[in-house]
Design a protein around this ligand. Structure first.
Ligand code: UD1
Length: 417
């Protein structure tokens, strides 16, 4: 257990080369179990969730090597079809292994997944979709037992465009018999990355990034080399950190087109943005304006993952901003901590009303989930005095060495045991 100690008030200015995307690398690492030879994954961020995913792969019999930000997975020794309960409890996204393992081994055993406590997070849509592909599923004593002598292509209409359900179907169907069509698929850029990776392995997937994805099953998938896309949520978090402190930021290795909903909100707040090829330059020249109303939505809408860091930003804007969280029912856990720092925020059901205040003050606060933790870092950078953030293990799930990046941009931040 360690904590981040931040002395606020210094403008966060400089250049950041954005890390690879957590939500792209996790399903791509799961996909490596489908290969019949070695996969080399570049731009793999050093994250707690990636380390856990490596452990899942090793538990299945894959050989995993890391050299800097390159992870090599050799799945030829694959011999297991189950994931330990400890690892399933630690990470929600371990559920995306289900489709890949059942496709490769014709059976899979996992327990109910855990992860950040941001809502109920059921897995009913995962199981329903796999059943439609011919997987027999028995749920017993908190475990899920899957068997599928063959995966049969099917038309699957999703009730909600869930990110990981879309990925699970892609992973299960890619080596299946016949054609699978996902209707009302999630359109997140990370799904496009997974589609590209699978196609580089020999898959036949079209339409990823749109609402209808077609997967023509193939018999064999081979290893490949692939570079993970940049993390759009981490990129936007660093923009928020710079904007709240009145700094100037240049982000490199970003894809602004994946970030349009977030960039629009920043512009609405009066923040100047210059967007180039793989680059965003941000300047703040006047006071921050309120956001009016922001609703979290599936992509290309405003991402739920950036709701809390942007709420920290809005807490120092002029006027009142309203955030409506439509994706996860328990994603306002950062609010009490921001209030402890002097923010004026009232939550009613799924809405949070943020009245901008003149200043925030340093305090002892607790990160209770990944993005909420990032919001506390953003607020602390602008607060008067010292903020001590515990629960940093949540932040480490998604932000590679957050203090290192911020230190390079003049932050007064230290990690203490
Ligand atoms: C992914 C992201 C997460 C992001 C979220 C929404 C990864 C590893 N994680 O999570 O960072 O916040 O998308 O953009 O990519 N649902 C069900 N039943 C299911 C599955 C989901 O009811 O079987 C509900 C969830 O409770 C939630 C909604 O669907 O209300 C959206 O969840 P989903 O898109 O599945 O999020 P994740 O894929 O878990």
């Amino acid at each position: 257990m360690n904590r981040l100690v931040i002395e606020g008030g210094t403008p966060i200015s400089g250049e950041i080369c954005v890390q690879g995307a957590k939500n792209a690398v996790l399903p791509i690492l799961a996909a490596t179990v489908l290969a019949e030879s070695e996969c080399v994954i570049k731009n793999c961020p050093r994250l707690r969730d990636v380390d856990k995913t490596d452990l899942v792969l090793e538990g299945l019999g894959c050989c995993v090597r890391r050299d800097g930000n390159t992870v090599t997975v050799n799945p030829t020794g694959l011999c297991g079809c189950s994931i330990s309960e400890d690892l399933m409890r630690e990470m929600r996204s371990s559920i995306i292994f289900l489709g890949a393992i059942v496709s490769r081994c014709s059976k899979a055993v996992v327990s109910m997944p855990g992860g950040c406590p941001i809502g109920q997070r059921p897995i009913d849509l995962h199981l329903k979709a796999l059943r439609e592909l011919g997987v027999e599923i028995v749920e017993e004593h908190g475990y899920i037992y899957c068997t599928a002598p063959e995966i049969r292509g099917a038309d699957i209409h999703l009730d909600f465009p869930s990110v990981e359900v879309t990925e699970n179907i892609m992973l299960a169907a890619v080596r299946g018999n016949g054609t699978t069509t996902i209707i009302n698929a999630a359109r997140e850029p990370e799904i496009v990355d997974l589609g590209k990776f699978l196609n580089a392995m020999g898959a036949r997937i079209s339409g990823a990034g749109g609402s209808v994805i077609r997967i023509d099953g193939v018999e064999h998938l081979h290893g490949t080399e692939f570079t993970i896309m940049p993390d759009r949520i981490v990129a936007a978090t660093y923009l928020a950190a710079s904007a709240i402190t009145g700094g100037e930021m240049c982000l490199k290795s970003v894809r602004p087109r994946d970030m349009s909903a977030m960039l629009k909100v920043l512009r609405d707040m009066g923040i100047e943005l210059k967007v180039g090829n793989g680059e965003i330059i941000q300047r703040v020249s006047g006071p921050l304006r309120n956001i009016h109303i922001v609703r979290t939505m599936p992509y290309p809408g405003f991402p739920t993952d950036i709701q809390s860091p942007f709420m920290a930003l809005a807490s120092l804007a002029r006027g009142t901003s309203v955030f409506v969280e439509t994706i996860f029912e328990n994603r306002f856990q950062h609010v009490d901590e921001l209030v402890r720092m002097g923010a004026d925020i009232k939550v009613e059901g799924r809405s949070a009303v943020v009245r901008g205040v003149e200043r925030l003050q340093g305090a002892n606060v607790v990160a209770r989930e990944l993005r909420g933790g990032a919001a506390l870092v953003v607020a602390a950078l602008a607060a008067e005095g010292i903020t001590v953030i515990t629960g940093t293990e949540y932040i480490d799930r998604g932000y590679e060495n957050i203090e290192k990046y911020l230190l390079a941009c003049n932050a007064k931040i230290a990690r203490e045991p």
